[in-house]
Design a protein around this ligand. Structure first.
Ligand SMILES: Nc1nc2c(ncn2[C@@H]2O[C@H](COP(=O)(O)OP(=O)(O)OP(=O)(O)O)[C@@H](O)[C@H]2O)c(=O)[nH]1
Length: 217
């Protein structure tokens, strides 16, 4: 944080009206100040995500729910411009909701998290988005994050089962799922001694990248 020198006044933010931020010309230290809020159900990993981003570590162990709200400042350089992110970590528990709503209005960006292993946290996204639309500025930047992606690889390594996400609706990875299985079976049936053994995991990984799976805009 030694680069921080010119934090904007909170008042400047409140006066910004339509959420526009100021880029200071020829600035050396902090040029843009952005308020970001992490929201989502309790236990989806908001605090953990912030600790990972800020300190590059993950502290496993017992879960202690956030009480109220707190923030961490982080300066990132984007296209040679120093951007100070003030990241607010909110409590996901219902009883703190009225406290956190008060912070939505000043947010430039909202990171909405769900836990990919917890269906209820996914189902609640609609309710979160309704709240966001009610309390935040209309042009707030919203990013939806499916956290705990590592849990997939735990299943994968436990059972050694290849994994990919498909959509029967859009067709994403549908061909690949069947082709990969067909290739595996073909290699088992007809294996030329000179041929390297077919690695279905590697094949899927290589093909998945081409289809640009898993980011949706
Ligand atoms: N495997 C795995 N566990 C995670 C991940 N993120 C968080 N956890 C665990 O999930 C539990 C809840 O994480 P927190 O970061 O405290 O959740 P939170 O969203 O801040 O919860 P509240 O403060 O109540 O809103 C903790 O036991 C974490 O260790 C992740 O990406 N992978």
């Amino acid at each position: 944080h030694q680069h921080e020198k010119e934090p904007m006044h909170d008042g400047a933010l409140r006066n910004r009206g339509n959420c526009a931020h100021t880029v200071k010309p020829n600035c050396v230290f902090v040029c843009v100040f952005l308020q970001t809020i992490l929201v989502g159900d309790s236990g989806v990993g908001k605090t953990s995500l912030l600790v990972q981003f800020d300190q590059g570590k993950f502290i496993p162990g017992s879960f202690s729910a956030t009480v109220g709200i707190g923030f961490t400042n982080k300066v990132v350089t984007v296209d040679n411009v120093k951007v100070k992110l003030q990241i607010w970590d909110t409590a996901g528990q219902e009883r703190f909701r009225s406290v956190t709503h008060a912070y939505y209005r000043d947010a430039h960006a909202l990171l909405l998290l769900y836990d990919i292993t917890n269906k209820a946290s996914f189902d609640n996204i609609r309710a979160w988005l309704t709240e966001i639309h009610e309390y935040a500025q209309s042009n707030v930047v919203i990013m939806l994050l499916g956290n705990k992606a590592d849990m997939i690889s735990i299943l994968f390594s436990e059972y050694s089962v290849p994994f990919m996400e498909t959509s029967a609706k859009t067709g994403v990875n549908v061909d690949l799922a069947f082709t990969a299985v067909a290739k595996e079976l073909k290699h088992r049936a007809i294996q030329h001694p000179s041929e390297p053994t077919f690695q279905i995991h590697e094949y899927i990984e290589a093909q998945k990248e081409k289809s640009g799976c898993c980011s949706y805009f």
